[in-house]
Design a protein. Sequence first.
Length: 345
Amino acid sequence: YQRRVREANATFSWTKTCVAGQNRVGFSIVTEEDAAVVIDGVTNGEWAASAPVNTVGPHDDSTRFYIGVNEGSQTYAAPKVAVTQPFLTVTLRGEASTSNIVEFDDYDDYDDGEFQMLEVIYKCLTFGQAQVTVSYDISPFNPIKFAWKKDCGGGMQVGFDVATREGAQAVPDVVKNAETQEKWHPETHIAVVPKTEKSTMFYVRMTGVDEISQFGKPIVTVKPPLFKVRLGGDLGEGGVVSASVKTLEVIYNCRKKGTAEVTMSIVLPKYEMVEFSWEKECGARVITAPRTYTANQLLIMFCISSIAVLCTIVMVYSRFRRRRAEKERARLASLRAQEEEAETY
């Protein structure tokens, strides 16, 4: 018995849509903080290559971006990076630093998609600010281009404030945005600390920025050297400054009467140094000298002391004898009374 097998052709079809010159809907790039850089193939205005708004501070050594799609898949070429200044070099790392394909994954927990990382690592050769631009070719769709600024330091520390009054809302009357105010400027200062005040408290904070600032122990100079100062408070030995207000106390120890110029210098790494000055008044220091005596005075004092001691001894001894005699008389009187009573019977 032979089984006959019939041959048949299976036919199936689909439609492929080819596009060009359009934005890639569903293609997105976000930062590590989940801020949108590119949505549906269109660059967010803050990251536009023509006029970027975002700035990476001097304390950040790298920035991470994440690329993903919310449907299908997308191939892309290795990214190209351009830097506007020669003092800044960047290196690209991560899955998205080479030609790759990103696919949508129904089972991925991160925003219903698989994201690939691009890490931009900075190397500042000197102070300054440069623009970094990254572009992706995602043919046949329109290319992606986004940019930001990298601050390598060297200018003023924006947001660095110093005030003489406590509180987050206090006016930064000493230093504002790292710029010393006229009243406290080393060349034009008119601020005066009266002689009645033994210390001065400053309040330091970062205002209007997310960045923190860090510095070592402040340098204080006094001329003429009428006194030495000690530093106290939260920042007496230096430290980290953020949006939370921290204290810096200058404690005086006047040695002479007069007025001295006090200058405080705060060295901010990668930024210009902050300096401010004021006058400190010192009153006359009252010094009580120990009293001295001559040899004759000491001899007289010794004699008087000796006589006083002898008199005290004599007085105590006399009181002792008197009490002893009184006790003896009382005892004899008691014996006589007993004898008289015995003779009567």
